[in-house]
Write a protein that binds this ligand. Sequence first.
Ligand SMILES: Cc1cc2nc3c(=O)[nH]c(=O)nc-3n(C[C@H](O)[C@H](O)[C@H](O)COP(=O)(O)OP(=O)(O)OC[C@H]3O[C@@H](n4cnc5c(N)ncnc54)[C@H](O)[C@@H]3O)c2cc1C
Ligand SMILES: *[C@@H]1O[C@H](CO)[C@@H](O)[C@H](O)[C@H]1NC(C)=O
Ligand SMILES: *[C@@H]1O[C@H](CO)[C@@H](O)[C@H](O)[C@H]1NC(C)=O
Ligand SMILES: *[C@@H]1O[C@H](CO)[C@@H](O)[C@H](O)[C@H]1NC(C)=O
Length: 583
Amino acid sequence: MGSNFVLAVLFLLLIPMAGCSPPAEPVICTQGTSDCTVTNTYGSFPDRTLCHAATVMYPRTEEEVIAAVAAAVSAKRKLRVATKHSHGIPKLACPGGHDGAIVSTALLNRTVSVDAANRLMTVESGMLLRDVIQAAAAAGLSLSQSPYFYGLTIGGMMSTGAHGSSLWGKGGAVHEYIVGMRIVTPALESEGFAIVRELAAGDPDMDAAKVSIGVLGVVTQITLALQPLFKRSVTLLKRNDSDFPEQIATWGRLHEFGDMTWVPALGEVVYREDDRVDVSTPGNGLNGQPLFRSTPTREAIEARALEERLQQTNATDVARCEALRRQVAEAERVGNGFTNDGIAFTGFPVVGFQHRIQTSGGCIDSPEDGLASSCVWDPRIRGTFYYNAGFSVPLSKASAFVAEMQQLRDLNPDAFCAAVDPRVGLLIRYVKASSAYLGKPVDSVVFDILYYRSRIDGTPRAHADVVDELEQLAFRKYSGLPHWGKNREFAFDGAIAKYPNVGKFLKVKGRYDPDGLFSSEWTDKVLGISGNPTTIEKRCAIEGLCVCSEDWHCAPEQGYFCRPGKVYPEARVCSFQPTGHRD
Ligand SMILES: Cc1cc2nc3c(=O)[nH]c(=O)nc-3n(C[C@H](O)[C@H](O)[C@H](O)COP(=O)(O)OP(=O)(O)OC[C@H]3O[C@@H](n4cnc5c(N)ncnc54)[C@H](O)[C@@H]3O)c2cc1C
Ligand SMILES: *[C@@H]1O[C@H](CO)[C@@H](O)[C@H](O)[C@H]1NC(C)=O
Ligand SMILES: *[C@@H]1O[C@H](CO)[C@@H](O)[C@H](O)[C@H]1NC(C)=O
Ligand SMILES: *[C@@H]1O[C@H](CO)[C@@H](O)[C@H](O)[C@H]1NC(C)=O
């Protein structure tokens, strides 16, 4: 393909476009609100199966939530919570079985109250991050930390431990800023089958309810502790990665909102130097992460076609690295989506108000236009399709982990061009130790990796062994913990044993929902109650459903065999052996 074509595609991808189609509904029913299929924003769970629910309810008030829960409990039906867009990747939303129910929080999206004097805001649980921070800003307040994408709901973020990046104050996780909530749980018939529990700051049950993966009940309202609206100043600094292992141990302490992006194939680290500044500092900067912008469908499809060509076994690593360099250079040219005034990027630092800098997500925000443009991952357009590994390692082990990743890179730098999606590189963020039972037990560094996923079940990725080895290194050698709302299934194998307070969590769960109506097959697996998150089947390691132990877990017919890792020999990865030779 011509390099001008590549440039044109990449360039168009980075231009903000007005007018796109909002994401599809995650719950689709064949008859009104019955006989429904539940999915996530990618239109695909990690195991590619569909999920069925007998019925969906859209309560608008807490009373309607109580009625919905009572109806399910009296019928002994399983039920789970879904949200407006359902951005969680694992199969969390499925009630399991065939007659389960879904309670959607899509219409529970109002601000309940703002107490400016005490800097508290109470919102309904289905409110999008976008709306939470806008409502706070309108009252002169800021939510200190949040994910980098604003299409998520406050209830969903809390339930999966979602986060931004900080080691300062309470740290990067959203749930650390929650000081109150109301949750509807099952109850006895004499109590009307459902009750509301009100949890205030200091209530020991808060440590269970903050990060609950939805197994305790339906959270209806959340009270957030906010700060006066502030400004911050962002500078992205590029350096070579020779001192990356030392830097990772200290960067998070130096800057309140510091993060890092490693581009392993180029030997570069982009440091985000990001701190609070006085509100009088000039600047009205805006964050517009290119991946989260509305993208013309034609360009998204062309970009995917390029990715698919680069995945073919006859594509060279030279071509893959050339594509990567162009993408990285183009992203840099446009300030990685930051603008100094909401329109143009003229250089760092970019100074702006917290609510304009902390997160972005323009692709969810637009009128229906027949899918002329949308989120690049919208399953209706066949644009991008990727896996998202999100895992933490203890801060104390981060340097050693990074040094081993660098060793693996040094063995074959070109392999990383195909293995890791260049759009975000390896994003590195900080989260502090939490008292939440399913939160991070110690101060942690969180790694996010996007990587190619085929739309065809069981199709191997180019250099699949690279990310497979990084993940196993993290999970098995460096006490890695998977993000509850990301990852392939194997990542959760054995994870629950690394949470010292899981026993306390399960006690609260037993009290709130003794019959496990809010639990599903998937939550039982990841909480260690029954079953195992992995599945052994043909090509399971290609899909991340298992770690391979035999060649048929990979794709031997296509030259992918189960082999030890190169830097971490205990790893078992699907490795391309063009000669087909076994040893
Ligand atoms: C494009 C994109 C960007 C992302 N960026 C980040 C990021 O920067 N940082 C980060 O940490 N994560 C990020 N994520 C992951 C995301 O934060 C989590 O998956 C999050 O849980 C999704 O929130 P949601 O509102 O879509 O919830 P869902 O996916 O719909 O739900 C997640 C879980 O929460 C439960 N739940 C939701 N609401 C309630 C409620 N009211 N009561 C009880 N249970 C409830 C659901 O049952 C489910 O178990 C990103 C994901 C995507 C797709
Ligand atoms: C709540 O959601 C409804 C339906 O999507 C929407 O029309 C409304 O504007 C939202 N309200 C707020 C406050 O965001
Ligand atoms: C990396 O940068 C440092 C200075 O920041 C320099 O001393 C070192 O030589 C560089 N290493 C490589 C491999 O370029
Ligand atoms: C690679 O193979 C495909 C068919 O499998 C072919 O269409 C394509 O042109 C080939 N590409 C190169 C660079 O040879």
